[in-house]
Design a protein around this ligand. Structure first.
Ligand SMILES: [Zn+2]
Length: 321
């Protein structure tokens, strides 16, 4: 990747390994550590209503803008949620000094499930929200923060719900859930103060993390969900696009997962691809008029949309294809 002012990051990498409290399947003596056959024919059902409640829960914290009270409160809650479910939880704390001179305290969460079982899969989403509604029609609204029900909370909710699922039903492969901070802070046009967490993560990959591929979930909660193939994903990792889209079509979700290539969206998958982790972006960047406005609220998101995407991720985790 390019020189994204990485020297400006203070390298306060804090690797706190919080141990899972809750049982994992191996605890009952079942010898399923052999990863040569990472596919299960029966697997749990993803609960879209539970994921929707997790969207609402996040929005209740208020805007999750780096440095804000909502951001601090949500970070504490996420940490607890993941520590109770993952086999290992790694926190990456770092500061970023913005072009305006502000110091942002940021934290990425990496929740690892069966980290010893290869091949592993990396699922990610951003958990922060945007400080300004620059896409609002009304000029007065543009100073307002984005609630981020879809842009931030939707992908995060699916990952948090998958964490509960994998606590109860350990996956047949290693699965890493990554919640990155600081995606949506700054100016995308000028490439300033954006993708902070994914860039930091790509530059500071935790030891032992060698995912086969990654899937980014961003804006996956729209009630009227339309997922076209994202352009950069199609260039960087077409075989992963095929794998995920084939799963969706096999499950009967061809009306949501469209085969045609849509917009190219610079997003958190770019830094990962640049360090050699093929990563696709599952994103609905089509016809969501609430994007980067004060109207990106939970009523624009539906449990059924979250359930479709969550179910596809569930099958990817447990069956592989
Ligand atoms: Zn955004």
């Amino acid at each position: 990747m390019n020189s994204v002012a990485r020297p400006a990051f203070s390298l306060a990498l804090l690797t706190a390994a919080a141990l899972a409290v809750v049982a994992c399947g191996r605890a009952d003596g079942e010898a399923n550590a052999d990863a040569a056959q990472p596919a299960l024919t029966s697997y749990p059902r993803f609960d879209g209503s539970a994921a929707y409640q997790l969207v609402r829960r996040q929005v209740r914290f208020g805007p999750r803008i780096p440095g804000s009270e909502g951001h601090r409160a949500m970070a504490a809650w996420v940490r607890e949620h993941l520590a109770e479910r993952a086999d290992t939880l790694i926190l990456q704390r770092f500061d970023h000094v913005t072009t305006a001179g502000d110091t942002l305290p940021l934290v990425n969460f990496l929740a690892r499930f069966r980290p010893d079982a290869a091949p592993s899969l990396l699922l990610l989403a951003h958990w922060d929200t945007r400080p300004v509604s620059d896409q609002a029609r009304n000029l007065l609204d543009r100073e307002k923060p984005v609630p981020g029900a879809n842009d931030g909370a939707s992908g995060t909710a699916i990952l948090l719900e998958l964490a509960s699922m994998m606590r109860d039903s350990p996956p047949p492969r290693g699965v890493d859930l990554l919640l990155v901070d600081g995606e949506d802070y700054g100016d995308f046009t000028a490439d300033r103060d954006v993708f902070l967490g994914s860039r930091y993560f790509a530059g500071n990959l935790p030891e032992g993390l060698e995912p086969e591929f990654g899937v980014l979930l961003d804006m996956v909660g729209d009630r009227d969900l339309d997922l076209y193939v994202e352009g950069y994903s199609n260039s960087y990792a077409p075989e992963i696009v095929d794998r995920v889209w084939n799963i969706a079509h096999n499950m009967g979700f061809g009306d949501v997962f469209h085969r045609s290539v849509g917009t190219s969206v610079r997003d958190d998958h770019i830094p990962l691809n640049e360090v050699g982790i093929p990563t696709i972006n599952v994103i609905d960047f089509y016809d969501y008029p609430y994007w980067h406005t004060p109207d990106d609220t939970p009523d624009k998101v539906s449990a059924s949309s979250l359930e479709v995407v969550g179910a596809v991720m569930t099958r990817l985790i447990y069956r592989g294809r």
